[in-house]
Design a binder for this molecule. Sequence first.
Ligand code: PLP
Length: 392
Amino acid sequence: MSSRKFKDETIAIRTQTERTRHGEHSTPLFLTSSYAFDSGDEMADAFAGITEANVYSRYTNPNVEELVKKFCLLEEASAGLATASGMAAVFSSIAGLLNQGDHLIASRALFGSSIQVLSHILPRWGITCTYVDPVDLSGWEQALTPNTRMVFLETPSNPSLWITDLAGAGAFAHDHNLILAVDNCFASPVLQKPMKFGASLVIHSATKYADGHGRVLGGIVAGKEDLMEKIAFFNRHSGPSISPFNAWVISKSMETLALRVRAHCRQAEELASRLKDHPGLEAVIYPFSENHPQVDLARRQMEAGGGIVCIKVKGDYAKTLQFINHLEMISISPNLGDTRSIATHPTSSTHSRMTEEDRLTVGITPNLVRFSVGLEHIDDIEEDIRIALSKI
Ligand code: PLP
């Protein structure tokens, strides 16, 4: 690509592997486990890092590099890497940096598996975590210990759509010399760029909006170069690398990321507005809705409200599952960010392994349903929900 400074939409389309002698227009798929050298000396130099060359696809691969480069440019991060899933990105961003005895502060409102990693996996290696309020940062200081090294958060949070003040979190991390890691999966770099607010690392499940069509898994960590070097060392030797095929699929999808994400946002905002007075609902939650308690903050740090809308059905667990069972078009699935609309019941699926008390603290009530609002016609999405509500 030329050295001109391009806008994000152009970056996502025009960042591409070097054209091969075949002159292909679209990036080919580099399905190779290793790379061949003309001599043993050449391979030795590549292994020693004296020359920059692909050696083995656990370390680097042209398709993976293309994907990582796009994310780094979009997230305004100086370095990055891709992983086999979003959870591999979450895990390696912590395990690659923290040592036995280290402590981190994490928002209480996180994706269910992130909580399992923090509460049950990392403590086995002596890395401990204190959960803090995602909204009220005034209590964060009390959670600090002499060994605190990192703040980990997700905004908007999965599923309840709490917004954490990124500028406030950035200032807190800076004042206490902590790494600030932000899972930016729900917003994508189209809507929010955490590095601008002082994040040290940005994490993505590329399975979601980056792929955008519900086909493959992938994860991204991007951030400051010194931190990324350590995570890259951890990943190179522990091996959670993304497959070149998945990287190729996701990178191609990124060409339409901005278009899709903005369309998802328009659909979600419209759906939230159409459902807000429905008599069968106790609540409709959307970050850019006037009744969201943090709408001003959401508007300050996000370009639009995102593609997720949550509803609280008037009724209990059983009635809520009945509602989901009556959906005809909308898929019942744990994924999000797909062109197809998806309904998820967090209490019985993505967040089922949390204690009930922990779920309720972050607003995951038994009647909460998370909608990943897809790109079907908005009238059809609304009608599917209205019909299902009328049947319970
Ligand atoms: N982070 C968030 C906010 C998520 O919603 C998810 C998955 O739903 C993940 C991380 C994990 O991503 P993956 O399923 O790609 O491992």
